[in-house]
Design a protein around this ligand. Structure first.
Ligand code: FAD
Ligand code: SF4
Length: 799
């Protein structure tokens, strides 16, 4: 769907009004909501409030002030061009009611955001007094439009070039002191202005709503970059806001957080002030140039320098000293000879433990045996019968606790390296397109789609569900909130573990089955589940994952330099901030970076910090190494790379300096007590063991919970502890007929292969459900569903 710019008007120096084609957003947008924009492939996602909407014409109006790199890029777009991504409408609409007299205050581009609020307040029967402020008359925008909507308009400029010489607070004071009536104030503009208005209204006991503009990244409740302290609680502006009661907002903290990336950006902009984009690109370091070429399909990456570190049948992995300088993949996998040699170690058990250990029942002995015979394409076909993510799972699945743990050889010797063999045959198939055509081996049952299903989320659960439905002749559209498909595979797992090209390849194979993927659609906001049913989808699968970060809830957590792992990893992976400023999203890493937690997410974050230049990158974990949930291989790789591990310590508070930057953490030592509900020994604090450890960056990786948008916007969808979607274990049916769910949204967070397994299981249930609807499924489908169910029950496949 295009986001064409239909009109671009200059409102003032560096302030542009755009009319943009966005029918879905225009239909749903309400006053106070915003969109997240990205101008180009290298762009940052910036939030821009919707200034006007015209649902009939399917257009929204946005006012953009050129400030940072990305808004400058947006400002350079012309009429007729497309904005690459427009996601929304986001945030909660303004709470509007009959208040009596409302004073609406707009400063700078805040005036544009005020316009729909003034209009809506008038529609509710309020009297509206509008105060407009700008630095200079040339920057005063939309005065006439606001005059047409308001009962009274008062104007001021900082230099007295128009209206009162002074600030909006001076005008508000005069108005109130003069006996002006005021039942509520709305203030939108620069943070300092909203802060000052908030202080004045709080003193006088007048309720005041402000629209906050913190740093944002995902804008969909996933990263926590936009967190603000409101009434002592940490809230996300993109989900809980952007509007809040001014008297409750911690403005000082917000102002400090807003400055977090500004220094880096300003320095870069100064350096490039006189450069055109082409000149800027001519200066690209070699690596960034290569990445940009790869995006445009112009060049393939060069193989990395190799050095062998033996393990099992030796696999080539990059030398630690080399790899911490790059994001190149650490393990380069087996070549043909190595794969055959490793596969030949398999003794083809009659009752193979490995298959029982695989959550999707891959026929491991069969594909391993085919590799041993050199029949690589055929081996890959066997993997594909169970799931579509061979190259991904071969890289990131925790085989050591699944199939490889139950491998018969493992009782006395090394287990067969099943994961490496799975990766090998998937990579081999990709490198041999003619074999790939055969390996795809999943002819769609009928080229005529007999029904339509919507899948929400393009992570492993959504992709696998969509693939199975498509193979059965169901037309599937996947709706994805981000601008790249893949879920955690795209935004969370770094390229040194899972290269972007591998994820793209697996996604493409799902698309090749006829599955459509619509990016930048946040279901629940852009379109609701009810609307999907109304538009002809017969069933829905919710695979929205568990992207909501958990914080430590200790003092100082909102200091600058403290991040959720989701924010940090999304900047690095999805937004390519590691190549800032060539990609417009900035990133901050410290000299000393502490990462809290010891799961895969923590390992990914700490290893990224090391690669981005942290001299001392450390894991702090409250239990011992034995309890660490990360894959063993990831722990070992982190250790080899020089990550320091501090076990049996827990943070109790962060310490900051006068500028609001983190400077250290107070830790308390722990000892292990009795096992808790998870079966791991419980950490028990040792009294009096507190110490302060200096650091200048902290990343919190202590867990995630399901993304709340769909449950919040779908009445009747039952949720359980920590917000997981409640489903029937056998069918994955939710509390609403026709809606199924799986993956992290249901489990709260497990593994790629568990999510893939859920996707497949849900596809079988959805097919059976479609068969139960009168006149929907052709007769042969039920037989196919029964065959699939029988195969699943027997741990095999029906293909
Ligand atoms: P996700 O992969 O989370 O995908 C959900 C998708 O839904 C996202 O793209 C999201 O943007 C989209 N979405 C959410 N809400 C909406 C909405 N309202 N509208 C539209 N789209 C929406 N597992 C392993 O097996 N091995 C590992 O090594 C490993 N490492 C990990 C490292 C990190 C950093 C993280 C965070 C997780 C890791 N995991 C690992 C866990 C694994 O990635 C997840 O269990 C798996 O991706 C879950 O798949 P899913 O499809 O349920 O959800
Ligand atoms: Fe081969 Fe190990 Fe599976 Fe036995 S358990 S079939 S040896 S991979």
């Amino acid at each position: 769907m295009s986001n064409r710019i239909l009109r671009k008007t200059r409102l003032a120096e560096r302030i542009w009004e755009f009319e943009v084609e966005a029918p879905r957003i225009a239909k749903r947008a309400e006053a106070g909501q915003f969109v997240a924009l990205r101008s180009s492939e290298v762009g940052e996602r910036v939030p821009i409030t919707i200034s006007e909407k015209d649902p009939e014409r399917g257009v929204i109006t946005l006012v953009v002030q050129e400030a940072g790199m990305e808004t400058q890029s947006l400002g350079s777009l012309k009429e007729g061009e497309d904005i690459l991504d427009v996601l929304g409408p986001l945030g909660k609409p303004t709470e509007l009611q009959a208040e009596g007299t409302c004073v609406c205050i707009g400063g700078g581009v805040g005036i544009a955001i005020l316009r729909p609020i003034v209009r809506a307040l008038k529609e509710k029967g309020n009297r509206v007094v509008t105060i407009l402020g700008a630095r200079d008359r040339s920057l005063l925008i939309l005065r006439k439009e606001l005059e047409a909507l308001s009962d009274e308009v008062l104007v001021c400029t900082d230099n007295g070039s128009e209206g009162v010489h002074g600030m909006v607070t001076d005008v508000l004071r005069q108005y109130l002191d003069g006996g002006g009536k005021c039942d509520r104030v709305f203030a939108i503009g620069p943070l300092r202005m909203m802060w000052a208005v908030g202080d004045m209204t709080t003193e006088r006991g007048i309720p005041c709503t402000v629209s906050l503009n913190p740093v944002m990244l995902c804008a969909s409740g996933m990263c926590g970059a936009c967190r603000v302290s409101v009434g002592g609680e940490t809230l996300f502006a993109c989900v809980h806001g952007p509007e809040f009661e001014a008297s409750k907002v911690n403005f000082a903290e917000l102002q400090a957080r807003q400055m977090m990336y500004r220094e880096a950006e300003e320095r870069i902009l100064r350096e490039h002030a006189t450069c055109s984009l082409e000149e800027r690109h001519a200066e690209l370091p070699e690596r960034a140039a290569k990445e940009i070429q790869m995006i445009s399909g112009a060049a393939e990456g060069e193989p990395s320098k190799r050095k062998i570190i033996p393990k099992h049948v030796p696999v080539t992995i990059l030398e630690p000293k080399e790899r911490i300088k790059t994001f190149d993949e650490v393990s380069l996998g087996y070549n043909e000879e190595e794969a055959i040699a490793e596969a030949n170690r398999c003794i083809e058990c009659k009752n193979p433990g490995c298959v029982a250990g695989c959550p999707v029942g891959v026929n491991i002995p069969a594909f391993v045996s085919l590799i041993a015979q050199g029949k690589f394409a055929e081996a890959y076909q066997v993997v594909c019968e169970s799931h579509m993510l061979g190259a991904v799972c071969g890289r990131v699945c925790p085989q050591e606790t699944q199939c490889e743990q139950l491998c018969a050889l493992g009782k006395k010797f090394d287990s067969v390296c099943i994961g490496r063999l799975e990766r090998f045959c998937a990579d081999w198939a990709a490198a041999h397109p003619e074999a790939m055509a055969r390996a795809n081996g999943h002819p769609v049952v009928t080229p005529e789609w007999w029904s339509k299903v919507a899948v929400i989320g393009s992570g492993p659960a959504g992709l696998c569900c969509a693939a199975d439905l498509a193979k059965a002749g169901v037309k599937v559209t996947i709706f994805e909130a981000l601008h790249r498909p893949g879920g955690v595979l795209a935004y969370g797992i770094p390229e040194f573990r899972l290269p972007r090209g591998v994820v793209d390849r697996e996604v493409q194979r799902v698309k090749d089955l006829g599955v459509d993927i619509e990016l930048n659609v946040i279901v629940g906001r852009t379109v609701t589940l009810d609307e999907l049913f109304e538009s002809g989808y017969k069933a829905v699968f919710v695979g929205s994952g568990a992207g909501l970060p958990t914080f430590l809830n200790i003092p100082g957590e909102n200091l600058k330099g403290v991040f959720s792992a989701n924010e940090f990893l999304t900047r690095v992976n999805l937004m390519r901030a590691r190549l800032f400023p060539f990609y417009h999203t900035p990133i901050y890493v410290g000299d000393v970076t502490f990462v809290f937690g010891a799961g895969n997410t923590a390992m990914d974050a700490v290893r990224c910090a090391l690669r981005l230049g942290s001299r001392d990158a450390r894991i702090l974990y409250r239990r011992s190494r034995e309890e660490a949930p990360a894959r063993h291989e990831e722990l070992e790789h982190a250790e080899e790379e020089g990550v320091r591990f501090e076990f049996l310590v827990a943070p109790t508070r962060f310490i900051g300096n006068d500028d609001g930057w983190v400077t250290g953490v107070e830790i308390q030592r722990m000892e292990l007590g009795e096992p808790d509900a998870s079966g791991r020994r419980r950490p028990v604090p040792i009294g009096g063991s507190e110490e302060i450890w200096p650091c200048d960056c902290a990343i919190v990786a202590v867990g995630q919970s399901p993304n709340p948008t769909i449950p919040q916007t779908t009445p009747g969808l039952e949720t359980g502890r920590r917000g997981v979607i409640v489903v029937d274990k056998e069918t994955l049916a939710t509390s609403i007929p026709g809606i199924y769910s799986g993956g992290d949204a249901v489990s709260g967070g497990t593994t790629v292969i568990e999510a893939a397994g859920h996707g497949r299981k849900a596809a079988r249930s959805i097919l059976r459900y479609l068969c139960s609807l009168p006149g929907v499924a052709p007769p042969h489908v039920l037989a196919r569903v029964e065959a699939l169910e029988a195969a699943a029950a027997g741990g095999g496949t029906a293909e």
